[in-house]
Write a protein that binds this ligand. Structure first.
Ligand code: NAD
Length: 342
């Protein structure tokens, strides 16, 4: 029977292990899957857009395992008491098509998005980076901060959000964990001295959360919030000054910061940096930009990791979601007069 990790058990697992160690180990899974990028079935995610937000299905598969994630993005949700992003997902056997593992993926998406940011920053940011700026202090923000600390040791964080209460929430959550937080009153103040800038805002608009003047040479940019058609965060001139790294170009050209650029706008597929087919950062002055939109292979890695890490523990429970009659041709036996339910 398929196994399930639900929200309470995901939360217990994260509390037990700690966000930092989980992210460190998840990066191992991500890197091994990104290195074998070409062995996966890949397609841009299937998105259903409405004026309220977007609902997306994100499938991928290797020769043994299929996975998909259901995820929404509704920027106006927090004002109504709902989260902007929620998700769940599953793994299935390619061999017989049966689901094998289900998981909540709202917390897991925050972990995997942060782990992906950290994996990329580990390879692209200047190794002497010591200061991070965060624009947007919502649900993803603590996870992003903890992930960057895990790989680069950064504890100096300058944060700006249009909602000061969100910054105070982040301060409450992260200062006890050893971060030194500056609550900036403007983006100009927030980016002073930044080596890494993460934009993680939610709005259904072509925004310029960062202007050209906010990005000095040598910065690594982690643009997380621009992930849908008509939803971007950066002044386009920043793109022209940056070396841009992406997950899966056919999806990023639809959804990422590069969505308004020509089809042949130059980008580097990040997995090629891991395999050595492409160079990452070339100089201390270069601006590197991770145009993150979130791709299905990262969810595959995250699901695989949580399945393996919680296997054989009370964090997993059985979920009876596959009708499986003794005689495979007798589905009716489950509802007929001799059904075990009668
Ligand atoms: P959230 O709604 O919890 O937080 C977003 C924060 O951004 C809010 O605190 C809001 O006040 C702030 N904000 C909005 N506009 C701003 C502006 N112009 N300047 C400064 N702050 C601003 O959302 P979340 O769950 O933290 O997600 C953040 C973004 O990341 C969303 O756009 C989401 O779609 C995206 N996301 C991307 C990936 C990925 O893989 N790239 C994964 C998950 C989420």
């Amino acid at each position: 029977m398929p196994q399930l990790v639900d929200v309470p058990n995901m939360a217990r697992w994260i509390q037990r292990e700690g966000v930092g160690p989980i992210i460190r180990d998840m990066i191992g899974y991500l890197e091994s899957d990104f290195r074998r990028w070409e062995s996966f079935d890949k397609t841009p995610r299937v998105a259903s857009h409405t004026p309220f937000g977007v609902i997306e299905l994100m499938p991928t598969a290797d020769s043994e395992t299929y996975s998909f994630k259901y995820v929404n993005g509704h920027p106006f949700n927090p004002a109504r008491g709902y989260q902007t992003v929620t998700a769940y997902g599953m793994l299935a056997s390619v061999d017989n098509g049966y689901p094998t593992f289900f998981s909540e993926m709202t917390l897991l998406t925050a972990l995997r998005t942060a782990a992906t940011s950290a994996m990329v920053a580990k390879h692209l940011a200047r190794p002497d980076s010591s200061r991070m700026t965060l624009i947007g202090a919502g649900s993803q923000s603590e996870f992003q901060s903890l992930a960057i600390r895990e790989v680069l040791g950064i504890e100096d964080l300058s944060v700006y959000d249009v909602d000061p209460a969100a910054v105070e929430k982040l301060r409450r959550n992260l200062e006890p964990l050893g971060f030194r937080i500056t609550a900036a009153v403007s983006v100009d103040e927030a980016v002073e001295g930044a080596d890494i800038i993460t934009t993680c805002t939610a709005d259904k608009a072509q925004n310029t959360v960062l202007l050209d003047r906010h990005v000095r040479p040598g910065v690594h940019l982690n643009a997380v919030g621009g992930d849908c058609p008509g939803k971007t965060e950066l002044d386009e001139r920043i793109l022209d000054r940056s070396s841009i790294f992406v997950e899966f170009p056919p999806q990023t050209r639809i959804e990422g910061e590069i969505q308004n650029k020509p089809e042949d706008y130059p980008v580097t597929e990040f997995w090629k940096v891991l395999t050595g087919d492409e160079t990452g950062r070339k100089s201390d002055e270069e601006i590197t930009l991770f145009d993150s939109v979130g791709f299905a292979i990262a969810d595959f890695s995250a699901l695989r990791f949580v399945r393996d890490a919680t296997a054989g523990t009370d964090l997993q429970s059985e979920i009876d979601l596959v009708a499986d009659p003794e005689d495979p041709k007798d589905l009716f036996s489950l509802v007929g007069v001799n059904s075990p339910v009668h």
